[in-house]
Design a protein around this ligand. Sequence first.
Ligand SMILES: Nc1ncnc2c1ncn2[C@@H]1O[C@H](COP(=O)(O)OP(=O)(O)O)[C@@H](O)[C@H]1O
Ligand SMILES: [Mg+2]
Length: 257
Amino acid sequence: MASGKGGVGKSTVSANLALALAAEGHTVGLLDADVYGPSQGLMMGVSEETQPEVADDLLQPISVHGIQVMSMSFVTSDRTPAIWRGPMASSALQQLLTQTNWQNVDYLIVDMPPGTGDIQLTMAQNVPLSGAIIVTTPQDIARLDACKGIEMFRKVEVPLLGIIENMSLHTCSVCGHQEAIFGTGGGEQIAQDYSTYLLAQLPLSMAVREQSDGGVPPVLSDPDGEVAPLFKQIAVAVHRQIEEVEKTTPTIRIVDD
Ligand SMILES: Nc1ncnc2c1ncn2[C@@H]1O[C@H](COP(=O)(O)OP(=O)(O)O)[C@@H](O)[C@H]1O
Ligand SMILES: [Mg+2]
């Protein structure tokens, strides 16, 4: 889950998509790769004191809402994040990914930090990603950043699964009037430009923010509400595409014999 820009909703989408895939019966891991501003602890309702257990030199993911979660915030203290810079952050992240004892996950959702710098590139290059989803908001300025993200994954040949436009229409909770606060058409345009899918347009909604930042994202707390069905739709579309990708890409298996 990536985007060139911060604050567009990557973490919100990652958390909700992870939950939607789990609700479809898949085993799901969620890696918070945003070393500078980890937010999955908050979004998945993991208390700040929680520390992963270590067994056989592997970190045990935190199990919450049926998802296996691992975040830099679980293994660093308040004072350490400032030292994570460039190569150090990249290697710390890779270590976090490979030394976590993920239990038979069908899907590992990686919530990326904003930007297309070293960490993102290292991650995209060194981790065998099945696909990338770009999250953007409808306005022009976000579009430019989203395109940078797409180009980055293209460079390292990670298939683009589609675009999610977040913070699209806002429906007034009092009068029902709909307004495009951040403009319209951004996601659609990117999808067209890059011949990919617009997986969903998610509304700008106070409930989404309250439920996500409150530790029980809308897919769980309001399964029949406005946004949960959209995440279900994204989960189904992503599953279908990943199946295609796996069919067409040869699996490379390194056997030690
Ligand atoms: N569709 C939405 N409607 C309202 N608030 C949202 C929506 N998507 C995300 N937010 C809120 O915006 C803030 C930034 O979202 P976040 O997912 O942390 O962005 P990012 O990971 O891209 O930096 C959070 O407080 C989140 O709850
Ligand atoms: Mg984030």
